[in-house]
Design a protein around this ligand. Structure first.
Ligand code: CAO
Length: 447
């Protein structure tokens, strides 16, 4: 066992009180000396802060959105006995200007195909979870040991092009990934024409015109929050890469609502707010077990479906800075109260920007519930690399025809968007029909 050491923020020049823009490792990650731990970002510059030691991160002490200055405690690390501590830590590189836009169509060095070892990594649990979640999430835990070495500007270019950096062989010093590596990788993937494809690179649309709206009236420029920009990039990638279809259905939740009301006093006694969502999560897990292709991801080649044997449900949470999708892990093993309490906790953390990267990783299916706000059906965007997402609308009383007469029933609108490459329309209809059955009669959940 090595010694436990604190990693403090080194002198970063003229900056203080700087935003932590990315946390690149998590608790338990093995890092090499000089491996980047966090990315700091000011208005004009970003810089990576490397680990001065090799070893295993005991605890990351900063999260995305924290502000740090020289001497701030970044992490604690159990250093490798054998490894020599690096000299006094300094940022991986000097503050660098904001990234230049990706130069299109520049002759790029032919990139080597991803080596088998890297390809195999996509079969690890929670593949490409970093790309599934908007905003703050870094690479998934299981793959943190093989974090790609790349500057923030390269990461941004990769995000814009929808490239998973873990698949890009780096040709820079210490296998660092350069902008040319990213471009070369995109070119090579286009050449391969895999089922997964790299559609963004293949799509050509007219550039948006620059319009001076002030000509038409008063305007105000409001910079987009970083979370919104990052989730926008992920949503855009999902939108253009996944052939979406949305299946709409309705669940009669009259009995469920009655049961929920009966349970309210008990829930309150436990200090839990029992909304519809925990019931929907439980019903989804049940339906996912029966329809495993909905709890899956396409691998990066587009030739294999990775079925997940875990049920981690991402829940879209609306925050003032944009959408985040924290994850209720192992929802199959949790009871309604436990899920309800966790929902309150994670949505609270999301709104106060206290989510850790781990809270955002590894979802296998997602739910976006607008029921507390209003509206009926909508078309949620699949949270890549998942293949399906359920949208939940606001319940309402409807006349339902039963036994020759119209009776008032409480109806919950459901909208299931899915990746048509993986899921057929008939399967989607089966899934939502089953979901509606389960929500209509909760007794089915214990069968
Ligand atoms: N129909 C009618 N009422 C509903 C409902 C539904 N489908 N779902 C929830 N409600 C009610 C709840 O019962 C609660 O009422 P009471 O306070 O009287 O009990 C109220 O609406 C508020 O619920 P909530 O929003 O606090 O709790 P939730 O478990 O339903 O949802 C969360 C939690 C985090 C999903 C939600 O707060 C949220 O952020 N929703 C927005 C998600 C979003 O933005 N999605 C869009 C993604 S695409 O841009």
């Amino acid at each position: 066992m090595g010694a436990k050491q604190e990693i403090l923020l080194p002198d970063i020049g003229d900056f203080s009180d700087v935003d932590v823009a990315e946390v690149l490792v998590s608790n338990g990650t093995r890092v090499t000396a000089e491996q980047s731990l966090i990315v700091l970002e000011t208005d004009k510059a970003s810089m990576e802060i490397p680990s001065p030691f090799a070893g295993v991160i005991v605890e990351m002490k900063v999260s995305v959105g924290d502000r740090v200055s020289k001497g701030s405690l970044i992490a604690t690390i159990e250093t490798d006995e054998a490894a020599e501590p690096a000299k006094a830590p300094e940022p991986a590189k000097a503050a660098q200007p904001a990234p230049e836009p990706a130069r299109p169509a520049e002759p790029a060095k032919p990139a080597a195909a991803p080596e088998p070892a890297r390809a195999a990594q996509t079969r690890a649990p929670a593949p490409a979870a970093d790309e599934a979640e908007p905003a703050e999430s870094p690479e998934p835990e299981a793959e943190s040991a093989i974090l790609p070495h790349a500057s923030p500007s390269v990461r941004r270019v990769a995000r814009e092009l929808g490239v998973d950096l873990r698949l890009v062989p780096g040709t820079g010093p210490k296998a660092r990934i350069t902008p040319d590596d990213v471009r070369g990788y995109v070119k090579s993937m286009i050449g391969k024409g895999t089922a997964a494809g790299v559609p963004i690179a293949g799509v050509s649309v007219a550039a948006p015109p620059q319009i001076d709206f002030a000509k038409f009236g008063a305007t105000e420029i409001q910079p987009l929050h970083r979370i919104r920009k990052l989730s926008a990039a992920n949503l855009h990638r999902s939108w253009v890469t996944i052939p979406h279809v949305t299946q709409h259905d309705e669940a009669d939740i009259t009995d469920l609502d009655e049961f929920r009301k009966q349970m309210k006093p008990e829930a309150e006694a436990r200090n839990v707010k029992l909304t519809f969502l925990p019931f929907v999560i439980k019903a989804c897990v049940y339906a996912l077990r029966e329809h495993p292709q909905f709890n899956a991801s396409l691998d990066h080649t587009g030739e294999n479906l990775i079925l997940k044997r875990y049920y981690h449900v991402g829940v879209a949470v609306d925050t003032e800075n944009g959408l985040v999708v924290p994850v209720v892990r192992d929802a199959d093993r949790k009871g309604l109260y436990e899920i309800a309490a966790e929902l309150t906790e994670i949505s609270g953390k999301a709104r106060s920007r206290k989510l850790s990267p781990a809270d955002l990783q590894g979802a296998s299916f997602s739910i976006s519930s607008l029921g507390g706000i209003g509206g009926t059906f909508f078309t949620p965007i699949v949270n890549h690399p998942e293949v399906a997402i359920l949208g939940v609308g606001k319940m309402d009383w409807r006349p339902v025809h039963r036994d020759g007469a119209f009776v008032p029933r409480l109806v919950l609108p459901l909208s299931l968007s899915y990746d048509h490459r993986v899921i057929d329309g008939a399967d989607a209809a089966r899934f939502t029909t089953r979901l509606a059955e389960l929500l209509s009669d909760l007794r089915r959940l214990i069968l």
